[in-house]
Write a protein that binds this ligand. Structure first.
Ligand code: BGC
Length: 739
């Protein structure tokens, strides 16, 4: 009890001091703003790129430096490292009011230490590991002068043609919300302003992941129901976790560009959610409202964007060129400008930049932090946790080290660049552990031979004969194939998501040797690979696993790490099935079995089922589920019900299972999905060990957005399902909700 009192007192005093700090900062911002001209205010909302490594255009660098010196720039992206950030900050400090710049960068999955791409990390379902990964990325970036990362991307993405599925947490709103919060906590640490943390950005607000036909930047057309229920919750989770900033998006949403969308930015974000951070546009998205056909010209775009709640203009030059005139002409109220400027300045104060403008740019810290060897260990840990074992016929894996001859083949087997994936800022390529290098160093007595067969992309089959000969002299083949790093990410939409080039032909040629084949697949998205799915003996999906990728893959192959990853996104059988999610709605004519398709909601040339379902992932051990019980079969009002069951490791090795809780609201005023993920736990068990696992179900678990877009639960029957994957439900029960 006493402890509790002390804890409560400490929490209360922290809250009081945080509030005091808020009001103190408020006062300082007010004092500063009283001295600012309209030109200087507009300057705070103007963000420019340094020597450009993102985005299509950039104006003269010398002009940019002059504008910084004149106090006409609030933030720079793409300037990094202590030396450069110091040099540029010094210019800002020569301006009349000496307002420091914010330095921002796309630190998406690591700064120097490269972690798996975000979709890969999502497959770990491991909030601690994900938070740590973001924290290390933040620590490294913050030691190199960066104040602010443009991450996490929290867009729900259900279309693997869209290259940016790689940057998010996959298709599910519940898992995505948990990961959004974990990443924000990781980047921002305990408190803004701590020099081992950076400001996070929840992006891209909103619904960017639902681009029609998976084509990047394309229009989005969706019901309000979908928006509120599926696409917005991860943003809300990021806001609740304290994300310092939001970034809006390139797309239109039901005809209105997100950047000029007052419903999103004013009504929902800054209104209903009472969000106090600021919104940065996406790269030139203010300007792009002109080609959209939403703004007549750049001046009109500036007016529409700021009035709709876009606070900072990234490389759009709309605010810098037109906002002052628009304010003077009364098209933008001074309160609107002031509100945006206040939001930006507040963050600069919270980061402590007015007192110490160079506090993130410390050469000694940069050297120490970027050389910290423990970061590689964390990268290895999360890379292992991200790997998904899709298939393991006859328990071919783990490989034995006893005097085996292993042929490592494939265009990606000795690649370092491809293991990093996209959005790499300062990664040390030469230190990336390739797959063959990882296998060699973990192989013990096993003899390793290597043949590339074809270069990444696999355009030519000239090297196949040598690869087949190498394979023929071995006992087992490990084939590393997949997409190259530059095939997913921004502007990397594909209509064909099968293995690029001649990789399937390579697989077939190797298969003809009759040797068992383990396929290690690298990609930033779900690929379609039906032949391999049918014929390979084992498939290990490694995403783009980062600096320690080769070691992670080798640990899994040899069983030093028992895989536990689960797919955070559905793997379709063909592009024709897309978009495909486990959380689909029933039709009036559901398919009862794949054969029963007459006048049913089905295809005549394909099953409806995916190749690999959301939540799928195997282990080297087996898990048994039994004894499902509910503390009560009926739930009323604000009561809580506990669902529990026994999970046993019935195999021979220690392993981790990610148990998943799904539910279906059987009859409701708005049709509900067949399954919705509502909980998960990672449970580590020794062989023979059994543990009782429990989930608490409350009203919130049973709630959804009704036709009035109000969050709430409706009385009636709910089916509760527990399982190892969305298509592998092991236990079920029903719960009755009374009002
Ligand atoms: C991307 C953003 C990114 C920005 C800055 C844009 O093209 O859509 O996600 O943060 O560039 O690099």
């Amino acid at each position: 009890m006493k402890k509790l009192h002390i804890a409560a007192a400490v929490a209360a005093s922290l809250a009081v001091s945080a509030h005091a700090q808020d009001t103190q900062i408020d006062r300082k911002v007010t004092e500063l703003m009283q001295q600012m001209t309209v030109t200087e205010k507009v300057g705070q909302l103007h963000q420019l790129s340094g020597r450009q490594f993102t985005g299509p255009t950039s104006s003269n660098y010398a002009d940019k430096l002059a504008d910084i010196r004149a106090g006409k720039v609030g933030s720079m992206l793409n300037v990094t490292g202590v030396a450069d950030t110091r040099e540029i900050q010094a210019l800002a400090l020569k301006s009349r009011l000496k307002i420091p710049l914010l330095f921002s960068l796309d630190v998406i999955h690591g700064y120097k230490t490269v972690f798996p791409v975000p979709l890969g990390e999502a497959a770990s379902w491991d909030m601690e590991a994900i938070e740590l990964s973001a924290h290390i990325a933040a620590k490294e970036a913050a030691a190199a002068g960066i104040h602010w990362t443009f991450a996490p991307m929290v867009d729900v993405a259900r279309d693997p043609r869209w290259g940016r599925v790689m940057e998010g947490a996959g298709e599910d709103t519940y898992l995505g919300s948990q990961i959004a919060a974990a990443r924000v906590h990781g980047f921002q640490g305990k408190q803004l302003g701590a020099t081992d943390s950076v400001m996070a950005t929840a992006k891209h607000f909103a619904a960017y992941g639902a681009a029609i036909a998976g084509r990047d930047y394309n229009a989005v057309d969706m019901s309000e129901q979908q928006l509120h229920e599926v696409y917005l919750p991860p943003f809300k989770a990021a806001a609740d976790a304290g994300a310092a900033t939001f970034m809006n998006s390139f797309n239109t949403l039901n005809g209105i560009p997100a950047t000029g969308n007052a419903m999103l930015q004013r009504d929902i974000l800054k209104g209903a959610w009472n969000y106090k951070g600021f919104v940065v546009s996406d790269w030139a998205s203010v300007r792009e409202m002109v080609p959209h056909g939403f703004a007549a010209d750049l001046s009109d775009a500036a007016v529409k964007a700021i009035n709709a709640g876009s606070d900072m203009d990234m490389e759009g030059y709309a605010y810098s060129q037109h906002l002052e005139a628009a304010v003077k002409a009364g098209k933008v109220k001074m309160e609107v400008l002031d509100d945006a400027v206040r939001r930006v300045l507040t963050k600069k104060f919270e980061l402590g930049l007015f007192d110490e403008p160079y506090r993130y740019s410390d050469a000694a810290r940069e050297k120490a932090v970027l050389g910290d060897a423990s970061h590689r260990a964390a990268a290895l840990d999360v890379a292992q946790k991200s790997i998904v074992l899709l298939k393991n016929e006859n328990k071919l894996l783990p490989l034995s080290r006893e005097a085996k001859r292993i042929a490592v083949i494939g265009p990606l087997a000795d690649s370092q660049r491809d293991l990093e994936g996209g959005w790499v800022v300062q990664g040390e390529r030469a230190k990336v552990v390739s797959i063959v290098e990882g296998i060699r160093s973990h192989a013990g007595k096993a003899k390793i031979s290597y043949a590339q067969a074809c270069a990444p992309g696999c355009a030519s089959s000239a090297g196949f004969a040598e690869a087949v000969a190498t394979a023929s002299r071995s006992d087992i083949i490990v084939l590393a194939v997949g997409e190259t790093w530059d095939m997913s990410g921004e502007a990397k939409s594909r209509t064909d998501i099968t293995l690029p080039g001649q990789q399937e032909a390579l697989f077939n040629a190797l298969k003809a040797t009759g040797k068992p084949i383990v396929v290690v697949m690298l990609a930033g998205r779900p690929l379609v690979f039906n032949t391999i799915a049918d014929k390979a003996d084992a498939i290990v999906y490694a995403w783009f696993p980062g600096s320690e990728g080769g070691n992670a893959v080798a640990n899994v192959l040899f069983g030093d790490y028992n895989p536990s990853g689960k797919l955070p996104i559905t793997f379709p059988r063909s592009v024709g099935q897309i978009p495909l999610s486990y959380a689909q709605y029933n039709t009036g004519r559901p398919v009862l079995a794949d054969k029963n398709i007459t006048y049913r909601s089905a295809y005549i040339d394909s099953p409806n089922t995916p190749r690999y379902a959301f939540g799928h992932g195997l282990s080297y051990t087996d898990f048994k589920y039994s004894g499902l019980a509910l503390s009560s079969a009926v739930m009323a009002g604000t009561q809580k019900v506990t669902l529990s069951f026994d999970l046993a490791n019935s195999g021979k090795v220690e392993g981790t299972e990610i148990v998943q809780l799904y539910l279906r609201d059987m009859v409701s005023s708005v049709v509900r999905p067949l399954k919705e993920l509502k909980g998960f736990q990672k449970v580590r068990l020794k062989p023979g060990e059994t543990r009782r696992v429990s989930f608490t179900i409350d009203r919130d678990t049973l709630s959804f957005f009704n036709s009035q877009l109000k969050w709430g639960a409706e009385a009636g029957e709910f089916k509760l399902m527990v399982g190892s994957a969305s298509d592998d439900i092991r236990l079920e029960n029903t719960l009755q909700l009374t009002q």
